[in-house]
Design a protein around this ligand. Sequence first.
Ligand SMILES: N[C@@H](CCC(=O)N[C@@H](CS)C(=O)NCC(=O)O)C(=O)O
Length: 205
Amino acid sequence: MKKLPIRVLQRTLCPYSRRLRAYVSEKQLELEFVTFDPDEHQDELARMNPHHEVPTALLPDGSPLYDSLLIMEYLEDAHPEPRLMPKDAVARARTRMLYDVAGMLGPALPGFVRAPKDHPERLRRAAELAAETCHALPLLDDVSDYALGAEFGFADLSLPPLLLRALEAGLPADSLPTRVRRWVTAAAGRPSLGELFPEALAALS
Ligand SMILES: N[C@@H](CCC(=O)N[C@@H](CS)C(=O)NCC(=O)O)C(=O)O
């Protein structure tokens, strides 16, 4: 483990914070994760992140980095080994498209997680999550369980943490397309993710 003097403001259940924690663990890096409630520190967070969201990272000189994907890209540039972002241009483009698709789940996920059980809003959001997830299908490798081939990589932290958050909150696993379920199960089989989503892992088995 390589310890870096970077503080990360995070929320325990936030899937984007957990995405970053899983990434850091795969990279064998150690960052200081600090639990932070965006609602209680709105002004402070607004000075660091125009989206007022966690995760937000602070470099040793106090300069902020925001957005889980952008923080991961920074870490990948600064600490290339072990490499999680593929070198191949097509695989890199597919990785970025999978993060784009993950972004499409963004609006439905909090709606699903927050809606009371059996509320029509919850069913509507569940259907929306399943429908948006289908956009990932043409980008996924046909044979392997991971997104782009036999190796776990950057792409495997795109949709899986968000879907694991939904599964943990009660999304039925069979509402996901079979290929996506296979992908999420493989991703959650990595200790880096599985340890952060134990309830989702149980729901998948
Ligand atoms: N695209 C952002 C999304 C981050 C995000 O939506 N974070 C949520 C928590 S999971 C947040 O901070 N929302 C504001 C709030 O909780 O007040 C990322 O990848 O970091």
